[in-house]
Write a protein that binds this ligand. Structure first.
Ligand SMILES: *Cc1c(COP(=O)(O)O)cnc(C)c1O
Length: 429
C-alpha cells in the first residue's frame, strides 16, 4: 500500500498541531503507524490521499450512521447554506430537529443544543449540580465523557474514594469532587451512596460503555443504579453521546427501558456536523438560563447548517425498521467471523450490540469492566494493519469500537467478513 502522500502531509501537520492531529487518537500511535489522510468519503467507502480505497468502519467515530455523503444530508445542507450559515438568532430548523427528537423520546421534555459531546456533558453536569445543590458526581471507570475537567478522573489508589486527575491541568481539588466506581458492581455503588448520599448530585454513566472496549452492563446493574439514584435523591445521567440514535432512536434508555433524569447526545445527532445536546424533564430544564440560574450559552449553538444535517439524518433513522435492519446486518456480518475464530481456536471474538462492534482478543471472555480487557494490544495492531492492506479501515485503536452504517450493504459486509477471516489467519498462523 502506497502511503507517501499521507506521510508527507503528516510531517507537515506536525509543524502545526501537537502530534500532527486535532484529536489524539487520530495519530495512529497505538497501531504504530502514520495516519492516513482522507480526502473523500462516499457511502461506506473512504479514499485516502494516495488513492487507496477502504470500506470504513470508523464512520467518523460514530456520527455517520447513514455512511458518507448521504444524498438526503448533502442536499439539505447545501439548500440551507444557500441562505447563510449562521445568524446567532433562532431559526425554524432548531424547532424542527427538537420536534423530531422530542416527539419520539419519552425520557426528556426539553433540550438544548450545543456543539459537541464534551460541551453537552459539561453543561449537563453543571445543571445537575445547580438543580440538586450538591457538588459530587459519581463516574464509572471505563466510561468516557469527553474532555470535561470533572471527567478526566481515574480511580484513586487503594482505599481512597475520590478520584485522581488523569490529565495534567486538572486541579486535584476538581478531581476530588468526582467519585470513581467500578462498572457492574452494585455493592460498590451501595457503599459509596451510603457514605456520601447527601453530597452527590448525579451518577453519570455510558449505559452502553463503548469508548474503552465495549463494556456491556448487565441490565440488573443498570436497573439497580436507577433505583439507588431514585431512593437517594441522586440524578441518573445517561451519557448517550455514542449510544443515542445508535442502538435505538432514543438510545440505550429505549433499548433497556430505563428512564434517566438527564441525557446527553452528540455524534449521530448532527448528521456529521458538530452538534451535541442535553435534555431532561421540564422541571430540571427550567433551571437553565435564561429561564433559570444555571448559565450556559453558545455562539454557534443550534447552527442552522448543522441542524439541517441532523434533521436529514434523523429523519432516515426514524423510519420504521431502521434499527432492526442495521442490527440484523451487523449480526449477520459478525457471525461467520466469530465462527471462523472459534473453529480455529483463535483467542478472538467480536462483541456487539446494535450496530456497534468491538474486537476482543481475550477469546469468548465476558468483558464488563475496564480491567477485564487485556492491555496487550499487539493482536489488534497486527489485525489493523492486515485489514488496511486489504482495504478495510478500522479506527486506529484496539479500545475503540467499530460501526456498521446503513451504507454497509449485506453484500459488502459478506465480502469484508471473508477478508476478516483471512486477516485473522495471517495474524494467528
Ligand atoms: C464521543 C463521546 C463524548 C465526547 O463527545 P465529543 O463530541 O468528542 O466532545 C462524550 N461522551 C461519550 C459517551 C462519547 O462517546
Amino acid at each position: 500500500m502506497k502511503t507517501t502522500t499521507s506521510e508527507a502531509l503528516f510531517a507537515t501537520a506536525k509543524n502545526y498541531f501537537p502530534g500532527g492531529v486535532n484529536s489524539p487518537v487520530r495519530a495512529f500511535k497505538s497501531v504504530d503507524g502514520s495516519p492516513l489522510f482522507i480526502k473523500k468519503g462516499d457511502g461506506c467507502r473512504i479514499w485516502d490521499e494516495d488513492d487507496n480505497e477502504f470500506i470504513d468502519f470508523c464512520c467518523s467515530w460514530g456520527p455517520l450512521i447513514l455512511g458518507h455523503n448521504h444524498p438526503a444530508v448533502y442536499e439539505k445542507v447545501v439548500a440551507t447554506m444557500q441562505n447563510g450559515s449562521s445568524f446567532g438568532a433562532p431559526t425554524r430548523l432548531e424547532n424542527e430537529l427538537a420536534e423530531l427528537i422530542l416527539s419520539r423520546n419519552p425520557f426528556i421534555d426539553k433540550m438544548r443544543f450545543v456543539s459537541s459531546g464534551t460541551e453537552a456533558v459539561m453543561s449537563a453536569l453543571r445543571l445537575a449540580r445547580g438543580y440538586t445543590g450538591k457538588d459530587k458526581v459519581i463516574k464509572f471507570e471505563g466510561c468516557y465523557h469527553g474532555h470535561v475537567d470533572a471527567m478526566l478522573v481515574k480511580a484513586g489508589s487503594g482505599l481512597v474514594t475520590f478520584g485522581a486527575s488523569s490529565s495534567a491541568g486538572v486541579p486535584e481539588s476538581f478531581a476530588q469532587e468526582t467519585i470513581v466506581l467500578p462498572l457492574n458492581d452494585i455493592e460498590a455503588l451501595k457503599t459509596c451512596v451510603a457514605n456520601y448520599k447527601n453530597e452527590i448530585a448525579c451518577a453519570i454513566i455510558e449505559p452502553i460503555p463503548a469508548n474503552n472496549g465495549l463494556l456491556l452492563q448487565e441490565k440488573t446493574f443498570l436497573v439497580a443504579l436507577r433505583e439507588i439514584c431514585t431512593k437517594n435523591g441522586i440524578l441518573l445521567f445517561f451519557d448517550e453521546v455514542i449510544s443515542g440514535f445508535r442502538v435505538a432512536f432514543s438510545g440505550a434508555a429505549e433499548y433497556y427501558g430505563i428512564k434517566p433524569d438527564l441525557v446527553t447526545y452528540g455524534k449521530i445527532i448532527g448528521g456529521g456536523l458538530p452538534v451535541g445536546a442535553y435534555g431532561a424533564s421540564k422541571e430540571i430544564m427550567a433551571r437553565v438560563s435564561p429561564d433559570g440560574d444555571v448559565y450556559q450559552a453558545g455562539t454557534l449553538s443550534g447552527n442552522p447548517v448543522a441542524m439541517a444535517a441532523g434533521i436529514a439524518q434523523l429523519t432516515e433513522c426514524a423510519k420504521p425498521g431502521f434499527y432492526e435492519e442495521l442490527e440484523k446486518r451487523t449480526v449477520d456480518f459478525i457471525a461467520p467471523i466469530n465462527a471462523h475464530a472459534k473453529a480455529n481456536n483463535y483467542a478472538f471474538e467480536i462483541h456487539t450490540i446494535g450496530s456497534i462492534f468491538w474486537l476482543s482478543f481475550a477469546g469468548n471472555k465476558t468483558i464488563r469492566r475496564a480491567d477485564d480487557i487485556d492491555p496487550d494490544m499487539t493482536g489488534f495492531k497486527h489485525l489493523h494493519h492486515a485489514l488496511l492492506e486489504v482495504g478495510v479501515y478500522l479506527g486506529p485503536s484496539g479500545y475503540e469500537v467499530g460501526f456498521v452504517s446503513q451504507a454497509h450493504t449485506p453484500e459488502i459486509l459478506a465480502e469484508v467478513a471473508v477478508k476478516f477471516c483471512q486477516a485473522l489467519d495471517v495474524i494467528y498462523v
